[in-house]
Design a protein. Structure first.
Length: 317
């Protein structure tokens, strides 16, 4: 049996949506968008959800909603997505990289406080590879120093920290949605989850939602329109109904991989904290050298198990 790296399949229900897309393409009818925002907020257990059209745009929207100025400092972890880091640089934000724990590949919460300056305003926590960061300590530090916390949850949609969904603990949860994420969709879009009404209103203001004869037209000063399209929203609504079942299967497969690979001293599997019930769109391992990595990939390929090399850049301070 072939095990592809990304096994994205269009369900019968989603295929029907694509074949009858003319029924869902009215730009002034945002019924399906609003429906998914409500459903996803309920799933994550937050008061609000706002969808936008781009995974790379979601972090910018979150920072603007929190009124972060370009001369104020953002704390990020050293293995943050290179795409997100590049976008922060392009937007002109000031940031500092934090150490991450080499055993968990998550931000080292014990190193946060020593890096806080008088102009530090926000911590961006990346729940890398489906694992949960130490949110209790991070939120305690943030409260002590009056900092915002943004959770980046793209690789961990459906993961739980102390039975709380990731994306519901910080001030804003950021979710990139695409064909490779746990919650799959054709193309690229995103969602923000929020509990605070003021922050939610800030997002709506950035998103430029304007009333027009009782209907919404969406604009943004960066990308127009900033909302995803209604076909994507309809597909996301369908896929959300099976997400927990699919995540259960992902956990089962992950445990099987761990069991088969844990006996080798040349392969290191990131540790999972006992408080975290994780589910990732990727199963990540660390291999001690290139030669071992290539031999392992060759072995897995022989048994039709597809793999990719994950480029993980550790950014300098």
């Amino acid at each position: 049996m072939k095990v592809p790296f990304n096994n994205f399949q269009i369900s019968k229900e989603n295929n029907e949506i694509l074949c009858n897309n003319h029924q869902y393409s009215n730009i002034n009818n945002n019924k399906k968008i609003k429906e998914f925002e409500k459903n996803f907020a309920n799933y994550i257990n937050t008061k609000y959800c706002v969808q936008i059209n781009s995974g790379i745009n979601v972090l910018k929207t979150a920072l603007e909603a929190l009124k972060i100025k370009k001369n104020e400092e953002i704390l990020i972890q050293g293995n943050m997505s290179p795409a997100d880091l590049t976008y922060l640089i392009k937007l002109g934000y000031k940031f500092k990289c934090l150490d991450f724990d080499p055993d968990t590949l998550l931000v080292d919460a014990t190193k946060i406080e020593e890096n806080i300056e008088k102009d530090t305003k926000v911590i961006i926590v990346s729940h890398a590879y489906g694992y949960c960061a130490d949110m209790d300590n991070i939120m305690e530090i943030a409260k002590k120093h009056n900092l915002y916390v943004i959770e980046e949850v793209t690789n961990a949609i459906g993961s739980l920290y102390k039975k709380k969904k990731l994306g519901s603990i910080g001030d804003i949860g950021c979710f990139g949605l695409n064909a490779k994420s746990n919650l799959k969709v054709l193309g690229n879009c995103a969602a923000l989850t929020i509990n605070d009404e003021k922050i939610y209103n800030n997002v709506i203001n950035i998103d430029g939602i304007m009333k027009n004869n009782g209907q919404n037209e969406c604009y943004t000063k960066y990308i127009s329109p900033n909302k995803l399209d209604h076909i994507q929203a309809h597909m996301l609504n369908n896929n959300l109904t099976v997400l927990d079942h699919q995540n259960k299967m992902r956990r089962k497969i992950r445990e099987q991989y761990k069991k088969c690979l844990s006996g080798s001293k040349d392969i290191l599997i990131p540790e999972q904290k006992s408080l975290c019930d994780s589910c990732s769109n990727l199963f990540i391992i660390k291999v001690i050298c290139k030669q071992t990595r290539d031999k392992l990939r060759e072995y897995l390929n022989h048994y039709s198990i597809d793999t990719k090399i994950h480029i993980n850049i550790e950014h300098d301070r």
